[in-house]
Design a protein around this ligand. Structure first.
Ligand code: ADP
Ligand code: MG
Length: 240
């Protein structure tokens, strides 16, 4: 599977008069698990949506792999995204939910079957392929949502608070699952959360954001032990 690095330089994004990101720089290595951590409203989703091509940028550049995708359509960016609210198709089976996007993209049926089978196996959904979303638990539904992204075989996976609608027990289980998936695929993952535990357990590196600015970008250990400023210390809950 393809593994892409992501390079963001001098990114500017605003909504009307509101400047959300100004001259933001971020480099994500191929195969890295990077977590964007910060309080609600700090610009995490804006940054992720910009990488996905879902909002227009006012300035700067976004590169994925060796391509400048700043103005590329979402489908041409080599990314797949998992959202917080996983809108599964209620009338379709799990199998159809997983294969629908590939069908639309006219992927050959044999290839669809093999990708769906592989994703189902990785996410332990094989026994559930003929069920409908209403017959699944919250955690199983979210695994289907992750599976829908997986079958796209993207170079970069983007997650926007995928676990925040689940209870603590399920969040803990799925954290393990996502971590395992990353180890197995070796794909680049950019994961947005406001949950410190999630960030500390999942990340190779954490970018702590506040007010549209990356306050510190470091390994979980460093962020926790050597916070760059008071905001990082208080937000991550470290002793300093
Ligand atoms: P986070 O994901 O960290 O909670 P967001 O990226 O959603 O934060 O939002 C950052 C800021 O941009 C907030 O002040 C939010 O109100 C504003 N914002 C986000 N999307 C829009 C939009 N489509 N129109 C206007 N303002 C927006
Ligand atoms: Mg958000």
């Amino acid at each position: 599977m393809e593994r892409s690095n992501v390079d963001i330089t001098k990114l500017q994004i605003g909504f009307g008069g509101l400047k959300v990101l100004e001259n933001l720089d971020l480099h994500v290595d191929a195969s890295e698990f990077l977590v964007l951590l910060g309080p609600s409203g700090c610009g995490k989703s804006t940054l992720l949506n910009a990488i996905a091509g879902l909002i227009e940028v006012k300035g700067g550049q976004i590169r994925i792999g060796d391509r400048d995708v700043t103005w590329a359509e979402p489908k041409d960016r080599g990314i797949a995204m998992v959202f917080q609210s996983y809108a599964l198709y209620p009338r379709m089976s799990v199998r159809k939910n997983l294969s629908f996007g590939l069908k639309v993209a006219r992927t050959p049926q044999g290839e669809i079957d093999s990708r769906v089978g592989e994703a189902a196996k990785m996410l332990r959904l094989t026994e559930l392929l003929d069920r409908r979303p209403s017959e699944l638990s919250g955690g199983q539904r979210q695994r289907v949502a992750i599976g829908r992204a997986l079958v796209r075989h993207a170079g970069v996976y983007l997650f926007d608070e995928p676990l925040s609608n689940l209870d603590a027990q399920l969040r803990a289980e799925l954290r393990v699952e996502i971590k395992r998936l990353h180890a197995r695929l070796g794909a680049t993952m950019i994961y947005v959360t406001h949950d410190q535990i999630e960030a500390l357990t999942l990340a190779d590196r954490i970018a702590v954001m506040q007010g549209g600015v990356i306050q510190q970008l470091d390994t979980p250990k460093k962020i926790y032990r050597e916070p760059a400023n008071r905001f990082v210390a208080s937000f991550v809950g470290s002793p300093a």
